[in-house]
Design a protein around this ligand. Sequence first.
Ligand SMILES: NC(=O)c1ccc[n+]([C@@H]2O[C@H](COP(=O)([O-])OP(=O)(O)OC[C@H]3O[C@@H](n4cnc5c(N)ncnc54)[C@H](OP(=O)(O)O)[C@@H]3O)[C@@H](O)[C@H]2O)c1
Length: 350
Amino acid sequence: MKKIFVNGYGSIGSRITSFLKDDPEISVIGVGKYSPDDDVNVAISRGLNVYVPERKLNDFKDFKIAGTIESALDDCDLVIDASPGGHGYKNKKNIYDPKNLSVIYQGGETTMGDEAVSDLLFNSRANYDLAIGKKHVMQGSCNVTGMGRILEPLRIKFSNRLVRFDVTLVRRWADIEQTDKQVTDTIEMTEKPHHGDDVKMYFGKDAPLFVRAIKVPTRQMHLHIMDIRFSGKAPTPSEIHEIFTNEFGVAILWTAKGTKDIRDYAKNMGFNFTDTNMIHIHANMTVSIDDTVQMMYSDDQTGIVIPENHMLMQAMLFGKSYKDAFSHTESIFNMKERKQKLESYFARKN
Ligand SMILES: NC(=O)c1ccc[n+]([C@@H]2O[C@H](COP(=O)([O-])OP(=O)(O)OC[C@H]3O[C@@H](n4cnc5c(N)ncnc54)[C@H](OP(=O)(O)O)[C@@H]3O)[C@@H](O)[C@H]2O)c1
């Protein structure tokens, strides 16, 4: 059994840990916490060992912690870093590299420039095999992962008929559990969003992909508005939807009025963390006009990267084939069943 340490227990770290606990091939040796707050006891109540930085030991004297992060790292086969963006790089330099550890980083890091954590940005749909045997890999962010779920199947189906992709990312302000974070009543423009360059790390640096982003006051998922230009007449909406019929992590919904409808359904169905772990094509919004297909899909911001981390972990730790990793991930996440449930609840009427 392989031992994993999850450094960071926020939106992403808590989800990853919860699913890893269901994996019989993995033992979670513990999680890293940096603030002495209620979440320490939440983690302990879920049966987790909590480790803290050596320099902060004194701050946690009122909690039943298991030891220092530094000592936990001596005893693990792989670290999943789930720290706030930019801290993963600092951790790499300060604590992972000196111990020669294998590490997965999250999408708030970068694979470009002086602070790159890796030269590989992972998207299981596009480059699974490249992660086999790698020591340091970055999992793409939620938006970057979501775009891959759409772009890669389109590329496989239409290859050189594709001329250009224009995407507007409508990003959520905060996550549901980030109750300390105020959702401000404004629409914020994002200068030079990183998402297009990140996608090109797996889609090709010359891909005709143009991305712009805004942030809106909601906690209920991201929405991507995508225009796809073809040479000659564009495919029909049903030809587009057909490509995604059997696609992992893509549900085709007809009657969701907004992103909260999907979150509410996930909650009612008791999905873990109220996540769907996928993207949802809003099929009623797909239109084909001359050479262009317009489409919209929502992206479960916190959930989508969790099965991806699970796939990546299997490539790095076990060197499994895509097929084997996929079926093991499916046995834990039950994505197919959840996709069917979502599609039947939000099916086209009449
Ligand atoms: N939230 C999303 O929707 C989402 C989606 C995809 C990817 N990501 C990426 O996932 C990463 C984590 O995001 P998040 O939303 O989970 O953040 P978060 O909710 O703010 O949680 C961050 C966690 O990291 C801990 N931490 C603080 N300093 C640390 C350090 N130096 N090393 C390790 N851990 C540290 C924090 O501990 P304390 O609370 O104890 O201080 C907290 O538990 C980021 O790279 C983010 O861009 C986020």
